[in-house]
Design a binder for this molecule. Sequence first.
Ligand SMILES: Cc1cc2nc3c(=O)[nH]c(=O)nc-3n(C[C@H](O)[C@H](O)[C@H](O)COP(=O)(O)OP(=O)(O)OC[C@H]3O[C@@H](n4cnc5c(N)ncnc54)[C@H](O)[C@@H]3O)c2cc1C
Length: 347
Amino acid sequence: MLRLPRFQLHTPATVHDAALLLQEHRAAEQDAAKTGTPGLTVMLVAGGTDLFPNMKRRQFTPTTLIALGTALPRTIKNDGLRPQGPLPLGMTIGAGATLTSVASDPRIADGYRALAESAVSISTPQLRNMGTIGGNLCLDTRCNWYDQSLFWRMAEGMCMKTDPSVVCRVAPSSPRCLAVASADTVPALLALGASVRIVNADGERVVVLADLYREDGISPMAMGRGDIVTEILMPRADGWRSTYLKLRDRGSFDFPILGLAAAVRMDGEVVRDARIAMTAIGSRPMLVEAAAKALIGSKLEDDAILAAADAAHKVARPMDNTSGTIAQRKKTVPVFATRALQSLRVN
Ligand SMILES: Cc1cc2nc3c(=O)[nH]c(=O)nc-3n(C[C@H](O)[C@H](O)[C@H](O)COP(=O)(O)OP(=O)(O)OC[C@H]3O[C@@H](n4cnc5c(N)ncnc54)[C@H](O)[C@@H]3O)c2cc1C
């Protein structure tokens, strides 16, 4: 049996308190690093459904955890006409909302279907009752060579994600780690044009979701270590239709080995705006702009869908770092793009 390592747990009552605690522990962590004292680290935990298994496998060994369960907002609010930030808001989802509450909210199922479909596809009912949408957005990248017990990884000689002095086992000549983005709600939220509110000890800011990720398997989040995601801001859903398709080994529960979300804004029969987003084919979830271009102005006729599917196929470069095969994942991209877009046609 894999056991959790020992750690200290803090349970701040507010996001502000959590941000101050994080700042305080980060400063201690930096001081310890300067004096050569190893292993003093702090991490955030929300539902713990990803972090705790990772800690059991010693992928992370924080000495301090700051639990966000009480501090984070959990409500899903319909913000109707309140304009805020770069986009008029349609809905605000607290980062502490569980995946179950996101998947089962009728307003999300109605206006942001891709998000409801992606949330319900994650793990199992028990884990969705604990796992939060904020934790899903901040999910670590995964890899066949990394998501293994410490014993397994030591026997294999580790990999770049555990020890930067070792090669990437997936592509030994790669200068960077190729671990793969695996969060299901992210492509759905990208296709729906979401932004996130981030709080730290110095204040808060709103970031377009696409800017939160980078093509780096070791450090996939473009966030500071003092940052806390507090809310997901959804633009208004008028005219938008969306869907999410997921390829995985086991239909009962499994991480995606390809996830594809499609969203189109219809004006009658004509597509006025479109977004196609994919995950599990790189360290960063991606928006496929050429696919969107192929759709805008069309009536989702076969030719336009074929061009969009082709554009998605061209940019998909899965590596040998998940279950399934590279060919299977690559060939599924245009199939999913076609199926998703056909399902969005006005009947
Ligand atoms: C068996 C199993 C199957 C799974 N299947 C899937 C799947 O199919 N698809 C999928 O996407 N996921 C899957 N997961 C992973 C996980 O359950 C979900 O991603 C879940 O949404 C994580 O949320 P959490 O609140 O539990 O995050 P935690 O485990 O608490 O945290 C995850 C990471 O996010 C950070 N974090 C959490 N909240 C915040 C915040 N508000 N601000 C900043 N950083 C934060 C933590 O520090 C940690 O690094 C699976 C997990 C298991 C164990």
